[in-house]
Design a protein around this ligand. Structure first.
Ligand code: SAH
Length: 235
């Protein structure tokens, strides 16, 4: 099945056993991928479903629903203070590959970048492409950027962690025992969190954790955090 081409569709395109293709999708399937009448491909709706489909005229017939088991057993939300430049692009891509469910970009006291609305579109596109390439059944949700303090008070999950580069905090890998359900993890900007931000997060139920003795770059920290959670949650 894996050698079949995959395309992303909107859930609404699946109608009564058929996939109503858009002009762009048809162009992509026929002109770019060179599929012919009767050829098979996989359609993914980004919200948990994969379909084996067959090109039939300008539409596609759905042959069967496919079982995909590439999602993590836990749901991870990454709160990340926006880094400089295009650093967030790489974070979205890598964390999607690692299985993140939701990414909440935040503006913190030391955030230098204030993103344009086009950025959000771009990140969502990157997440969709990365989910497709990693054969995930869900495309992670990328939320609109909000203030860090808003994010920590509105995101409620059983397990809440904030990564802090300095201080004597327990290793994330050590506190990740017996995890299930939802996990939220926050990582800071190049300049780190302010004391007040850390205090606010702790007051909102976030446990400060370490990712090791070295100071990681803002764009490396979330990738390390996600890898540790992945390793602890998947058998
Ligand atoms: N300039 C800051 C470091 C910022 S690193 C300083 O010198 O203190 C950017 C972010 O990555 C931090 O806010 C933290 O969330 C995360 N991070 C980097 N290294 C880390 C480590 N060893 N443990 C936990 N978090 C870390």
């Amino acid at each position: 099945m894996s050698q079949l081409q995959r395309i992303a569709i909107a859930p609404s395109q699946f109608q009564q056993g058929q996939i109503v293709l858009t002009k762009e999708q048809l162009h992509y399937l026929v002109r770019v991928l060179r599929l012919r009448e009767g050829d098979r491909f996989i359609a993914m709706d980004g919200v948990g479903k994969w379909w084996l489909a067959q090109l039939a005229g300008e539409q596609a017939e759905v042959l069967e629903a496919l079982l995909v088991e590439t999602e993590l057993p836990v749901s991870i939300t990454l709160i990340m203070a926006l880094p400089k430049g295009n650093g967030f692009d790489e974070v979205v891509r890598a964390c999607t590959e690692l299985g993140v469910a939701c990414i909440a970009p935040v503006l913190s006291d030391r955030t230098l970048l204030h993103p344009s609305p086009q950025k959000l579109e771009r990140w969502r596109r990157i997440a969709a492409e990365a989910a497709e390439q990693s054969e995930r059944s869900f495309v992670p949700t990328i939320l609109e950027p909000v203030a860090f303090n808003t994010a920590v008070t509105t995101n409620l999950a059983t397990h809440r962690y904030i990564c802090e580069a300095r201080g004597e905090y327990p290793y994330l890998s050590k506190v990740l025992t017996d995890i299930s359900g939802e996990i939220i993890i926050a990582t800071g900007p190049e300049g780190g969190w302010t004391t007040k931000e850390l205090e606010n997060a702790i007051a909102s139920g976030f446990q400060p954790v370490s990712l090791g003795r070295r100071i990681l770059r803002a764009v490396t920290a979330p990738i390390v955090a996600l890898s540790l959670i992945m390793a602890a949650s998947e058998v």
